[in-house]
Design a protein around this ligand. Structure first.
Ligand SMILES: [Zn+2]
Length: 427
């Protein structure tokens, strides 16, 4: 494995301004203490006590950095230069990410984009380098989606239907309206979070790659071309529950075997017939009635597929549906297939991609264009403005786990790429 050299310091000895790496690290460490776990890593659900403490801390850091700050009806936190509310009259260049985490998550997923964004704006204020257009750093609420995928940025970019809010419930049964009220928010005001049309003039988000590709290629910066679309469907095989001892083997209509056959063949199909970046996963399986002495009468699974090309995703979805039908027929089962969610792939703006690449060229950092196989707030922003993403390598490709980390040089380098990309877009 090639370790990328991070000799960014020397490159900044010129007229270019640079972020303060020590301050960035200090803030990342401070944020990591909210919801910290004894063995490392962090659990910080949006609207939970640790999250609310982190929000208060973040607002304080924004003010101390000389930024304006405000919070919208969906709980999104903003810090700005030359702006205190979004308006179509003065479109802002926005950066950001999220400060919520998955359970037992790492300290950089999301946190890096918010804290580096804050550091960039702090650096701009300290150097009196404010560009013509307003700049904003955002901490989008509930990116990890306790209440639906990319909640805060969705509320901001697309709007949340007021009638759906009372029913929004997390997997552990907590209602959104309850957790918001407990955190001092009025859920009725969520729809007010939708940004006025034209209020955002560009968006760029710094994030850890969360996969191994940059590290394995020895490349310092990933320039995201598109964020993949995700299709999920619930597939239920119906067979016949029977006595597991007395029913002769040839007579069994085992719903679990239908699901197992599907799991293996659907994977094979996506690997051989998808694009070279198609991925698939079956992460949820329920076997009913779930007893060792009963032949499974019903088995449900949740099948997920991702690809950056909407046509590929559509074709794979249709082919997998045909496969489920064929398997049900072969095994004398009945199958029900219900699409549960579909996000469309989000292409990143060519202008933002080339802005990132020319900044990297000036800073002497190597780049590679790539797809994001994970969902990000940037995909919602891509629906309303020119959006892009900067990736830095994840050590060992590890993420959504407590030992997620990146090289300190990569963090500093990525933040400097973000700084100069923001200045380019806002010039
Ligand atoms: Zn993230």
């Amino acid at each position: 494995m090639v370790r990328a050299p991070w000799q960014v310091k020397a490159i900044y000895c010129g007229t270019m301004i640079a972020i303060d790496a020590a301050r960035l690290t200090r803030r990342l460490d401070a944020l990591a203490r909210f919801g910290a776990l004894p063995g490392g890593g962090v659990t910080r659900h949006c609207w939970g006590p640790a999250y609310e403490d982190a929000r208060t801390w973040l607002l304080g850091e924004m003010r101390a950095a000389g930024l304006t700050s405000w919070v919208d009806g969906a709980g999104n936190v903003f810090g700005g230069i030359g702006i205190d509310r979004f308006s179509a009259e003065r479109p802002a260049i926005v950066t950001g990410s999220h400060i919520d985490t998955v359970p037992e998550g790492g300290t950089l997923d999301g946190a890096l984009g918010v804290i580096a964004g804050l550091e960039c704006l702090h650096t701009i204020v300290a150097n009196k380098a404010a560009p013509r257009r307003p700049l904003v750093v955002a901490a989008w609420s509930d990116e990890e989606g306790r209440y639906g995928s990319l909640f805060g940025s969705r509320a901001f970019c697309k709007g949340i239907d007021a009638s759906a809010i009372p029913e929004m419930t997390a997997v552990d049964g907590e209602k959104l309206v309850d957790v918001m009220r407990r955190a001092g928010f009025d859920p009725a005001r969520i729809p007010e979070a939708k940004a006025p049309a034209g209020a955002v003039g560009g968006y760029v988000e710094l994030h850890i790659e969360q996969g191994p590709r940059l590290e394995e290629a020895g490349v310092q910066i990933g320039v995201v071309q598109a964020i993949v679309g995700v299709r999920r469907s619930r597939i239920v095989f119906h067979g016949q529950a029977d006595h597991a001892g007395t029913t002769p083997m040839p007579r069994r209509r085992d719903a679990f075997l239908g699901a197992a056959d599907y799991a293996l063949r659907a994977r094979e199909h996506v690997v051989t017939r998808g694009s070279d970046v198609s991925v698939t996963n079956i992460g949820v399986v329920y076997v009913h009635p779930g007893a060792s002495n009963i032949v499974p009468g019903r088995t449900e699974l949740v099948h997920e597929m991702r690809d950056p090309d909407p046509a590929v995703l559509e074709r794979l979805w249709n082919e997998c549906r045909d496969l489920a039908d064929a398997i049900a027929k072969e095994r004398q089962l009945r199958v029900e297939i219900r699409p549960t969610s579909a996000t469309v792939p989000a292409p990143c703006s060519p202008n933002v991609q080339s802005a990132i690449e020319s900044v990297c060229a000036k800073l002497g950092l190597s780049t590679q264009r790539m797809y994001s196989a994970a969902g990000h707030d940037a995909q919602n922003l891509a629906a309303i403005t020119e959006a892009g993403m900067i990736f830095i390598p994840s050590v060992g490709g590890k993420s959504h786990r407590t030992d997620e980390t990146s090289d300190p040089g990569a963090i500093e380098g990525g933040a400097n790429v973000l700084l100069h990309t923001l200045l380019t877009l806002a010039a």
